[in-house]
Design a protein. Structure first.
Length: 430
């Protein structure tokens, strides 16, 4: 039997796809590309925006239309947060929630026995434990995402994630250590620790994110460890000091901003001010050599005036982020913000997004150009063809390098020679 996955959303979803794929492989399934013919098509959904929901619906219908004799399976955050909407997608033969992804094989067998639609959506409950899950490889790559935390307790006014992921819970350190050992034995060189609210790892326990990084770094075969998205108010001085002592830790921080306007941050129920955020950036740049700071910025949130947007834009330029993911506000039913309505016109959101993107692209271009002539250590991950390999510096700058033999999995010091912004990459020579 052949199974194909189509994954939407964050790095946690990508990890969970890998986890489900390994469960199926152990049961004798062959995993193929979503573009290939398969007996099962599994859509692992995201629901963070209305656009994500739309893509989920489109793909469920597309795979059933193109492969009417196949079994279409819907899982992920969309059915978890909006079970009624998921149920209305009649093209989905099996629907399960992200809480019970581990039951995917059982539900397939149940469906095959009856050929009747199977819907199994188990709600998250306060006090849930971290669902045990681990992987042994990552889609034939040398860099693996590893989920160590799930859920969120923050309740930002715009965000549906607490409904789709439940409360904060963490992977036990011993379970993480065993998983890292398996990944290292199968050729993984770099670990990216991920979670829904990653910086809450260990909440209520006697361990934290520094301990998780240290566990990964202790494995001799692991060359690098980096972190996924972080919340700024959870990064304490002790966390910074602890991370700075781990030589394998990569000094690249993706710290969610959402807005550089204090009024908007308050309306979003974010737990910091723009000054506190800037102070944190300054601390990180002092504590770590050649650190890069990337972020997410939302435009057009409820009651964001033109002046508020300009305040946010000015702050982003002041911080000088190395990369920014910009997106317009998308109202999510069931959130606090949805009760106020969506009062910024779509055209205005798109205009503000375009301005923010243009400005932040210039920041990235300036940063890339500042690297020309510098020596950088690059871990190469992929072959691009024509003798060109692609990898990343420790602070996650993409680099292309021409070489006459296979260097995937090798860390090589190169000189940044030029920049290709069309391809969002630096070009290196020996």
């Amino acid at each position: 039997m052949k199974a194909a996955f189509y994954t939407l959303g964050c790095k946690v979803n990508q990890y969970e796809t890998e986890y489900m794929a390994e469960l199926l492989k152990k049961a004798g399934f062959t995993i193929v590309s979503a573009n290939d013919e398969a007996d099962y098509y599994i859509i692992n959904s995201c629901t963070v925006t209305a656009t994500a929901d739309q893509k989920t619906r489109q793909n469920v219908r597309k795979y059933k239309r193109k492969h009417p004799n196949s079994t279409v399976i819907l899982t992920g955050c969309m059915p978890q947060a909006f079970p009624n909407e998921a149920n209305s997608l009649k093209e989905a033969d099996i629907i399960l929630s992200n809480k019970n992804n581990s039951d995917i094989l059982q539900l397939i067998n149940e469906y095959e026995a009856s050929k009747k639609r199977v819907i199994r959506i188990e709600k998250h409950q306060t006090g849930d434990e971290f669902t045990k899950c681990d992987i042994t490889s990552f889609s034939e790559r040398i860099r693996a995402f590893v989920k160590i935390e799930d859920g969120c307790d923050r309740f930002c006014s715009y965000c549906i994630i607490p409904m789709s992921r439940g409360r904060v819970r963490s992977k036990e350190p011993d379970d993480l250590r065993q998983e890292i050992d398996k990944l290292a034995k199968n050729g993984i060189k770099e670990i990216v620790l991920v979670g829904i609210n990653l910086s809450s790892y260990g909440k209520g326990s006697d361990y934290n994110i520094v301990d998780a990084v240290r566990i990964c770094a202790e494995n001799e075969s692991i060359m690098r460890v980096r972190l996924g998205s972080l919340e700024p108010d959870h990064i304490t001085d002790d966390i910074i000091a602890g991370l700075s002592k781990i030589s394998k830790f990569c000094p690249q921080f993706h710290i969610s901003l959402q807005s550089g306007c204090d009024k908007t941050l308050k309306n979003m129920n974010r737990h910091y001010s723009s000054k506190e955020y800037l102070d944190l950036c300054n601390k990180l740049r002092t504590a770590f050599c050649d650190t890069t700071i990337t972020t997410d910025v939302m435009v057009g949130f409820n009651d964001e005036t033109g002046e508020d947007f300009l305040d946010s834009l000015a702050f982003v330029n002041k911080v000088k982020f190395e990369k920014v993911h910009v997106f317009p506000y998308s109202q999510r039913e069931g959130t606090a913000a949805s009760r106020k309505g969506d009062n910024v016109p779509k055209a205005e959101k798109e205009k503000r997004a375009a301005i923010m993107i243009d400005s932040t692209n210039k920041l990235r271009y300036e940063y890339f150009n500042s690297l020309i002539g510098s020596r950088q250590s690059v871990l190469f991950e992929s072959y691009e063809g024509n003798g060109i390999y692609k990898g990343y510096t420790r602070n996650y700058v993409p680099v292309q390098y021409e070489y006459n033999r296979d260097i995937i999995g090798k860390e090589i010091e190169v000189t940044i020679d030029s920049v290709s912004m069309d391809n969002d990459v630096c070009i290196a020579t020996s």
